[in-house]
Design a binder for this molecule. Structure first.
Ligand code: HEC
Ligand code: HEC
Ligand code: HEC
Ligand code: HEC
Ligand code: HEC
Length: 215
C-alpha cells in the first residue's frame, strides 16, 4: 500500500510541477516532449468474476449501452450496473444457470459483484464522460466495438498524446448525440463535415491547456 501511495504522490507532484513550470509555455516543444507516447495497457483484458458477454447482451440482444451505463451522460463516471439490473431479467431467464451463480449470490447477500476495472486513467488526470457524450463523441471511438466483445478489452492507449490529438482536431469524431451508442453508425456524408457543423452549433472547444486535464 505504502509503495502505491508514494508512486501516486510522486506522479501528482510531477504533474503539478510540470503544469506550474510549463503552464505559461504553450509551445510546441513542451507538447513534443510531454506527449511522448507512454502507451498504457492497450490490450488489457482482465478476467471478470462473471462470464458476462457484451457481444450477447449489447450485440445480439441489442440492449442499449444506457440500459446499464445510465450515468454516462449525466456524470463523470460511467457506473457499471448493479446486480438488480441483471436480475431484472435473470430472475426469469436462465435462472438456474451455473454461470449466473455469482449473480444470484450477490443478489441474495446484497454485496456487489467485484467487476475488475478495465480502463483506468491516473488520478491526477481529470476525465469526464458527460462532456464527451454530450458533445457527440461515441463510445466506439474510445472503447472500440464493445458490442462484439465477449470480454471487454482496452483497445486505445488512453495516454496524453491520444487525448490531445483529438482535442486539437475533434471534427472527424463528432456525431449527432442520438448516434453516440450506435457503434456501427455509418455517416451518409463525410464525417468531418458533420462534425464541423455540430462543433459550430454547440460551440465545442476541447481544452488543450495543461489545466484542462490536470486540475
Ligand atoms: C446488460 C448490461 C450492460 C449493457 C447493455 C452494456 N454493458 Fe458495458 N458493462 C456491463 C458490465 C456488467 C460491465 C463490467 C464487466 C465487464 O467489464 O465486462 C461492463 C463494462 C463495460 C466497459 C468496461 C468498463 C471498465 O471497467 O473499464 C465498457 C467500456 C463498457 N461496458 C461499454 C459498454 C458499451 C459501449 C455498451 C453499449 C454498446 C455497453 N457497455 C452495454 C454491463 C452492460
Ligand atoms: C434484458 C434482459 C437481460 C439483462 C438485463 C441481462 N441479461 Fe444476461 N442474458 C439474457 C439473455 C436473453 C441471455 C441468453 C439466454 C440464452 O442463451 O438462452 C443471457 C445470458 C447471460 C449469461 C449466460 C448464461 C448461460 O447459462 O450461458 C450470463 C452469464 C449473463 N447473461 C449475465 C448477465 C449479467 C451479469 C447481467 C447484468 C450485468 C445480465 N446478464 C443482464 C438477458 C439479460
Ligand atoms: C473520449 C473517450 C471516451 C468516450 C467517448 C467514452 N469513454 Fe468510457 N472511458 C473512457 C476513459 C478514459 C475511461 C477511464 C476513466 C477513468 O479511469 O477515470 C472510461 C471508463 C469507462 C467505464 C468504466 C467506469 C468509469 O467511469 O471509469 C465504463 C463503464 C465506460 N467507460 C463506458 C462508456 C460508454 C457506455 C460510453 C458511451 C456511451 C463511453 N464509455 C464513452 C473514455 C471514453
Ligand atoms: C475522440 C475525441 C476525444 C478524445 C479521444 C478525448 N477527448 Fe476530451 N473532449 C473531447 C470533446 C469533443 C470535448 C467537449 C468539448 C466541449 O464540449 O467544448 C472534450 C472535453 C474534455 C474535457 C472538458 C470537460 C469539462 O467538463 O470541461 C476534459 C477535461 C477532457 N475532454 C479530457 C480528456 C482526457 C483526459 C482524454 C484522454 C483520456 C480525452 N479527453 C480524450 C474530445 C475527445
Ligand atoms: C487532453 C488532456 C490532457 C492535456 C491537455 C494535458 N494532459 Fe498531461 N496527461 C494526460 C493524461 C491522460 C496523462 C496520463 C497518461 C500518460 O502518461 O500519457 C497525462 C500525464 C501527464 C504527466 C505524467 C507523465 C508521465 O509519464 O509520468 C505529466 C507530467 C503531464 N501530463 C503534464 C502535462 C502538461 C505540462 C500539460 C500542458 C502542456 C498537459 N499535461 C496537458 C492528459 C492531458
Amino acid at each position: 500500500m505504502a509503495a502505491i501511495f508514494s508512486k501516486t504522490s510522486d506522479l501528482i507532484l510531477k504533474v503539478a510541477g510540470a503544469v506550474i513550470g510549463l503552464g505559461a509555455v504553450s509551445g510546441i516543444a513542451a507538447f513534443a516532449y510531454l506527449s511522448y507516447p507512454t502507451v498504457i495497457d492497450t490490450g488489457y483484458q482482465p478476467k471478470q468474476p462473471v462470464a458476462y458477454s457484451h457481444k450477447l447482451h449489447a450485440g445480439e440482444l441489442g440492449l442499449n449501452c444506457y440500459y446499464c451505463h445510465s450515468t454516462v451522460y449525466k456524470a463523470a463516471f460511467a457506473a457499471v450496473p448493479g446486480t438488480e439490473v441483471c436480475m431484472g431479467c435473470h430472475s426469469q431467464v436462465r435462472q438456474a444457470s451455473p454461470r449466473l451463480e455469482v449473480v444470484r449470490q450477490s443478489y441474495a447477500s446484497g454485496s456487489p459483484i467485484h467487476w475488475v476495472k478495465v480502463h483506468d486513467v491516473p488520478d491526477y488526470v481529470f476525465f469526464n464522460h458527460q462532456a464527451h457524450i454530450n458533445a457527440g463523441v461515441s463510445c466506439v471511438t474510445c472503447h472500440g466495438r464493445v458490442d462484439q466483445m465477449e470480454e471487454v478489452k482496452q483497445v486505445k492507449p488512453l495516454n496524453m498524446a491520444w487525448c490531445i490529438d483529438c482535442h486539437r482536431n475533434p471534427a472527424p469524431n463528432i456525431r449527432p448525440a442520438d448516434k453516440v451508442t450506435q457503434l456501427d453508425w455509418v455517416p451518409d456524408r463525410p464525417a468531418e463535415e458533420i462534425g464541423r457543423e455540430i462543433i459550430a452549433q454547440k460551440h465545442i472547444d476541447p481544452p488543450t491547456n495543461c489545466s484542462g486535464c490536470h486540475r
